[in-house]
Ligand binder design. Structure first.
Ligand SMILES: [Fe+2]
Ligand SMILES: [Fe+2]
Length: 272
């Protein structure tokens, strides 16, 4: 099974730039075009939040139009830039989001991996939270299928990244979350967004990573007082390959680059 992971497209109204600089819609369009060129094609596409920049219904309509060319099913969770009810209204017909309350879900049997989506949103705030109710839901949901290898999706990562201004709007409730993950070793991998760059660590022996954005990247600045800045580094996405009981994660950059060039000539000799 091949899963394409996109995060933080921050789609705006048609014609509007993010931070008066970034054409996020055009950049998501390039990401979608690259995904469509992949062979083999992904079986599933997951988006880990900040789908839109301001959570407006018209932004979700724009996002859906940009994603429409994708052949594989798409699963979404919210980020701090999303608005829960506008997101729900836009995606409810896809059949996996609940009709009320937090935008959390479990897809149990449809894929070789069980997919559990979490909602870390605190309305009107940049930080994320897993409150007692959301943590209890997660613990019960995981306890129901201990036999199924599971992928968790959540926008705010459950670890301190070292990028000060992003950690200031990080996750509350991460300690209990880590204890829950420790109790459920079937969790193979935790996919996050929010950081607009690929960062990896593990919690309770489970790998957890953040995804680059198809648009702007958060500047790599590990000072605790790092100013809140982005850079137009090569945008990207991740490809997670579930194969022989292991998830292998590939980091891909989006854009036109020279190559591919052969290592060997037609006779099979290494090109000198
Ligand atoms: Fe974001
Ligand atoms: Fe975010």
């Amino acid at each position: 099974m091949l899963i394409a992971h996109i995060s933080d497209p921050h789609v705006k109204l048609p014609g509007k730039l993010a931070y008066q600089r970034v054409d996020t819609a055009a950049m998501l369009q390039r990401c979608v075009a690259e995904l469509l060129r992949l062979d083999p094609q992904p079986d599933l596409i997951v988006l880990t939040g900040d789908l839109t920049d301001f959570g407006q219904p018209e932004e979700y309509a724009h996002l859906k139009a940009l994603l429409a060319p994708l052949a594989a099913p798409v699963l979404v969770i919210p980020g701090n830039h999303d608005e829960r009810e506008a997101l729900r209204a836009a995606f409810i017909d896809d059949g996996y989001l609940p009709a009320s309350d937090f935008l959390q879900f479990a897809i149990n049997e449809r894929y070789p991996l069980r997919i559990v989506g979490l909602d870390t949103v605190v309305p009107q705030e940049g930080r994320g939270e897993l409150c007692a109710s959301r943590l209890a839901w997660l613990d019960e949901t995981l306890a129901r299928r201990p036999d199924r290898p599971t992928l968790l999706l959540m926008h705010h990562p459950p670890f301190t990244t070292g990028i000060g201004h992003m950690d200031d709007i990080g996750l509350t409730g991460g300690e209990t979350f880590t204890e829950i993950v420790a109790r459920h070793p079937q969790v193979e991998l935790i996919l996050c967004g929010h950081l607009h760059r690929n960062i990896q660590t593990d919690i309770a022996g489970t790998r957890v990573l953040t995804c680059p954005s198809p648009a702007h990247q958060v500047a790599l600045d590990l000072r605790s007082d790092a100013p809140s800045c982005f850079r137009m580094e090569p945008p990207g996405y991740l490809l997670h390959w579930w194969h022989e009981g292991r998830i292998v994660s590939h980091s891909a950059v989006i854009g036109d680059y020279a190559g591919p060039y052969p290592f060997f000539d037609p006779d099979g000799a290494l090109i000198d």
